[in-house]
Design a protein around this ligand. Structure first.
Ligand code: FES
Length: 375
């Protein structure tokens, strides 16, 4: 455990006072606790002091102790115990907290730390030249599935590459941190799999048992090898084939798995992958018309809900321009939504309205229509 001390006297301000709004909030917070138990408000008050001034000063500790009728040492103990409290001045525009616990470390946290060292300061808790940025390494922030990640103020930025972290730091340093969307920085929703759900994708697909008669000596029991979800669909297809009925054995399930993996890994066979995963057919009449790749393509990622992977899939479908998306009819939107396994997200995010604005006047029109920049 690190030794945590207050900052040197020469950086400590002489006094502390909550501003008007925070003072009213503090009084309200103290009143939440029974008489005689006001000290229970110590952590929220310290946190609010930090949010107001950027860090917890000695004067703030003493002022809060006075407000709660506590000895200074008791509040000091709290402030020095919890690493969430910054005891020295941190960057005025961003204090980057890089998770360095095992999952993040295995997924590239060291590269993120290298970025902080080169862009901010070599050592943690050191301000950059203009005093706008600082960084530190912290323990797990609870977003391990989206490792590696950083936290800035109360937001987390996940699934980061060094390049993305550089851009995020630049945005904060320019005072435009609010423009950066927190959460995963790749094509995934919260902690769902990248590119959309990969399991239980065909909830209605029946799970068939191997016929008892198929068992014979030497065969592994039919239930001993649970094929993957995709393989199960494939196996069902094999079983229901009118000409041949194949019992599900260890060998056949493994073969089905291998076949599925081979098929889905082969990007040149989208129709096969679609068949296996229960996606709508590429031959379906409701599939929107595609085109061959034009000389200049629109950045479809400007549409909220489209990340690099989804954009790649749209390109595979021959969708390259905002105008194409803007022209989709309801049945076409439903086809694409189902193909991407988006469960209504295209309607919820109103891709057509977004695409119309972008096709009409680019980002400027988008801002006019939605009151914010496209992502
Ligand atoms: S290990 Fe980094 S968030 Fe958990």
């Amino acid at each position: 455990m690190s030794v945590r001390r207050l900052a040197e006297d020469n950086v400590q301000p002489a006094a502390f006072a909550f501003n008007r709004e925070n003072a009213a909030w503090a009084q309200m917070t103290i009143q939440k606790y029974p008489k005689g138990r006001e000290q229970s408000a110590v952590i929220p008050l310290l946190m609010r002091a930090q949010e107001q001034d950027g860090w917890v000063t000695k004067a703030a500790i003493e002022s809060i102790a006075d407000m709660l009728g506590m000895a200074y040492i008791r509040v000091l103990e709290v402030a020095t115990f919890y690493t969430q409290f910054q005891l020295k001045p941190v960057g005025t525009r961003a204090h980057v907290q890089v998770c360095g616990t095992t999952p993040c470390m295995l997924r590239g946290a060291e590269d993120l730390i290298r970025v902080c060292k080169s862009k901010i300061a070599h050592d943690p808790f050191t301000l950059n030249e203009s005093g706008t940025l600082s960084w530190e390494e912290v323990e797990c922030q609870g977003a391990c599935v989206n490792a590696p990640m950083v936290m800035i103020f109360k937001d987390t930025y996940e699934d980061l590459t060094p390049e993305q972290l550089e851009q995020i730091i630049d945005r904060f340093d320019a005072g435009k941190g609010a423009d950066v969307a927190p959460g995963p920085q790749i094509d995934r929703i919260f902690s769902a799999p990248e590119g959309g759900p990969t399991t239980l994708a065909t909830p209605d697909a029946p799970v068939k048992k191997a016929p008892a008669a198929a068992k014979k000596a030497g065969d592994a029991p039919a239930v001993s090898v649970p094929p993957s979800n995709a393989a199960r669909v494939k196996t069902d297809a094999i079983e229901t084939n009118a000409a041949v009925k194949t019992p599900v054995t260890a060998k056949s399930a493994a073969a089905a798995n291998a076949k599925v993996e081979g098929d889905t890994a082969d990007k040149s066979k989208p129709a096969k992958a679609a068949e296996i995963s229960g996606k709508p057919s590429l031959e379906d009449k409701n599939r929107p018309a595609g085109m061959s790749r034009p000389g200049s393509v629109d950045d479809l990622k400007l549409i909220s809900g489209v990340g690099p992977k989804i954009e790649g899939t749209l390109h595979e479908l021959g969708i390259f321009t905002f105008a194409q998306v803007a022209s989709w009819k309801k049945v076409e939107r439903e086809w694409v939504d189902s193909y991407l396994n988006f469960k209504g997200r295209i309607e919820r995010d109103d891709w057509v309205k977004q695409a119309k604005a972008l096709a009409k006047g680019g980002e400027a029109e988008y801002i006019k229509v939605f009151g914010k920049k496209p992502r």
